[in-house]
Design a protein around this ligand. Structure first.
Ligand SMILES: Cc1cc2nc3c(=O)[nH]c(=O)nc-3n(C[C@H](O)[C@H](O)[C@H](O)COP(=O)(O)OP(=O)(O)OC[C@H]3O[C@@H](n4cnc5c(N)ncnc54)[C@H](O)[C@@H]3O)c2cc1C
Length: 435
């Protein structure tokens, strides 16, 4: 079999890329190792840039209708006696324009929306239960049950997540950073009127609550590395209390979880592959970078990689410019952006990594100033949203540290929008030309 683009892995990144390519008339084959839904929790928060990308693919309304819109993340810092000591907000509506919210969607449901949309194109071919085992010089070597077969292609894309065979075939090594904490993660029912995200912390505890549609809520609870096995030996009521202590809003709901087996362990890691491209191969999503989940960026980075690489491959095909050197545009656009998000998420993780009262106090003050200084607030939301990138400067750091006064005047919407990535920033080869 021969195709234009072969994609190894049908996760969010692989499917977003395949949909984009199929939509533009490129012949594409996706091989997905699993034949059923993935059994583990993965990212579920869609940031504004991902929604802009889905809008371009005609899926904005469908995703909105099957997700819970989140305008505000409510950040609560509690005292040792579990009383609210401070409250601040991260508010997506400081972002002007249509994409001014995040959306919580069930991970597998998002994949099924993309798969259904892609399946409407005759040039989209999806092999489920089919693993990519490696590559010859011209083909991907696939295995489905006992059967093995090859797919030849002009380009081969690794979208297999953390253990990427394509990355291995490209001989790209990664160096992982581990953290001193893990997370318990589980989804359970919620009250109908509980719709905004909540991050609740004390000096030594952290609970994130992200409401999903269908009156469910995804939760992440930070535990010290290595505590999971001991925790699981305790009665499930111990788990309920960890949650209800911090979040009375889940009382009466979290108790509906009656088995530790439903509660998964999530081990955060961070890495950034030194390159995304080699000859006619490229990697996207978790194959290229893994990010601490604190800022809810993992799946968005995969979707954003897919958008840039998809547009590039489709333009190459449309213009008959198939030189593999053109793939470097993808790395040029995405690498810097991904590095920035990795650092943001890493810093957010560090803010909750040390169980000391001084750290909790500094964190609370930093969030407070970030919310009250309109420029800092906009920068934070812009960087998290993926719509643009505006790094913090020395003045910002001084304001955050309380060394100089906060700004009071907000930027006007036109000035804010100047900070959004333009089409030229996203797809510079359209102006500069392909080889
Ligand atoms: C356990 C876990 C929990 C996570 N939780 C969160 C979270 O709470 N919040 C957050 O923001 N992010 C989270 N993430 C990160 C986020 O889900 C990922 O960043 C995102 O899913 C990356 O998408 P992807 O398509 O690159 O990779 P994946 O979603 O991992 O998809 C890769 C796909 O490739 C398939 N595959 C693997 N090997 C092969 C092969 N050889 N041949 C064919 N197919 C193959 C896999 O079955 C899978 O379907 C989590 C990740 C993991 C692993």
């Amino acid at each position: 079999m021969k195709t234009d683009v072969f994609i190894s892995g049908g996760g969010v990144g692989g499917l977003a890329l395949a949909l984009k390519l199929a939509n533009r008339g490129v012949d594409v084959v996706v091989a997905e190792r699993l034949s059923n839904k993935a059994p583990v929790y993965k990212g579920e928060l869609l940031q504004p840039k991902s929604m802009q990308i889905f809008d371009g693919l005609g899926l904005f309304d469908e995703i909105c209708s099957r997700s819970n819109e989140i305008k505000v993340l409510d950040m609560l810092e509690l005292s040792s006696s579990l009383k609210v000591r401070d409250q601040s907000f991260m508010d997506y509506s400081v972002l002007p324009g249509k994409y001014d919210a995040a959306y919580m969607v069930h991970h597998e449901e998002l994949k099924s929306i993309m798969l259904k949309a892609a399946s409407s194109f005759p040039n989209f071919h999806y092999f489920s239960g089919t693993a990519c085992k490696g590559y010859t010089d011209t083909a991907a070597q696939l295995q489905r049950g006992k059967e093995t077969f090859d797919v030849e292609a002009d380009f081969f894309i690794g979208a297999e997540g953390r253990t990427s065979v394509t990355r291995k075939a490209m001989d790209i090594q990664i160096k992982q950073t581990m953290y001193n904490h893990h997370f318990l993660t589980v989804t359970f029912p919620r009250a109908e009127n509980f719709k905004d995200g909540k991050i609740i912390s004390t000096y030594n505890r952290f609970l994130g609550l992200f409401p999903l549609p269908d009156q469910q809520v995804r939760s992440v609870y930070l535990i010290p590395e290595g505590d999971y096995q001991e925790l699981k030996k305790k009665p499930i009521s111990h788990f309920h209390k960890l949650y209800t202590d911090l979040a009375p809003v889940v009382d009466g709901y979290v108790q509906q979880l009656q088995d530790w087996k439903k509660i998964q362990l999530m081990i955060p890691v961070m890495y950034h592959a030194p390159a995304y491209v080699k000859n006619n191969k490229a990697i996207i999503g978790d194959a290229a970078h893994a990010v601490h989940p604190m800022a809810g960026e993992g799946m968005n980075m995969a979707i954003q990689d897919a958008d840039i690489l998809g547009e590039l491959l489709a333009d190459m095909k449309a213009n008959g410019k198939l030189a593999a050197e053109n793939l470097s545009w993808y790395e040029q656009v995405r690498y810097r952006r991904a590095e920035h998000v990795l650092q943001l998420s890493h810093l957010a993780a560090l803010a909750y990594s040390f169980p000391f009262r001084t750290v909790s106090y500094l964190r609370q003050k930093t969030f407070e100033r970030m919310e009250e200084d309109p420029v800092l607030h906009f920068k934070q939301m812009l960087n998290v949203s993926g719509l643009g990138m505006w790094k913090e400067n020395v003045r910002d750091r001084f304001i955050q540290g309380g060394l100089i006064p906060k700004r009071v005047k907000d930027l006007d919407p036109d000035r804010k929008e100047l900070k959004y990535f333009t089409e030229n920033d996203d797809y510079p080869w359209k102006v500069e030309g392909l080889q």
